[in-house]
Design a protein around this ligand. Sequence first.
Ligand code: NDP
Length: 249
Amino acid sequence: MSDDSMTGQVIVVTGASSGIGRAIAIDLAGRGAHVVATARSTDRLAATVVSITDAGGSAQAILCDVTSAADVHRLFTEVDRTHGRIDALVNNAGIVAPAAIDEMTTEDWRTVIDVNLTGPFLCTRGAFAIMKRNGGGRILNIGSISASVPRPNSANYAASKAGLVGLTRATAIEGRPHGIAAGCLHPGNVATEMRLGEEPEGAEGWNAEPMMTTEQVARAAALMLNVEQGTTAYELTILPIEQDFLGRG
Ligand code: NDP
């Protein structure tokens, strides 16, 4: 992808060291945005930035654990100091920790909620203040169809993604008077490390299900961030046409 539809925009992408986040960072930079790529893994994050700059794009890496309020504060302080603006935030960082509900440890519950829900809250809080001061921006949360159609053994994940829908709505309501739009993108199966790991108990055969590429999801994210000024793309579900999702048979 190479166009200039987002030239001059400063966009923060969390979880940009792999999978969907990496693809979103590369896609948005290909549209002219300056991407602030964040995650915890130094080398993998650097690789994302190199991919962007090698292709003639603009990006920087800032390490940040989204569960750490101090890290997130440092991230947005640094972006504000350097650029004085944030045009969009993509809350993408996320994890899974599958377990049957009666065997799920409290730690497994808290860790997933922390990364998938508290992280987006902390980042939204940081970006919102800068966007409000500057008169607007877009916040895009990467949800999941699990928010509405969970699989077995995913209570922590499904609850975190359903919570993210609530956070999106709350952000959209509070953002409205300030020109801040919030939306949520719900992908189905995407071929990433997270999705193609060891098959969890009770989900045998799930790695053989139809998959999207990370690039396909990244283009959907860009579509939501690129709607006409003054409009908002509020929710979008994207999945492989063949994926089981809607109902029986
Ligand atoms: P990956 O495992 O490939 O990537 C996850 C990213 O999140 C990594 O960059 C990782 O970076 C980052 N991350 C994890 N924990 C933290 C943390 N504490 N702080 C900061 N960054 C963190 O997963 P996907 O690309 O598949 O998933 C991306 C998003 O898409 C997630 O929110 C996921 O729920 C969602 N999704 C994925 C689907 C799929 O089928 N793959 C389907 C529907 C939704 P690092 O380890 O370097 O910190």
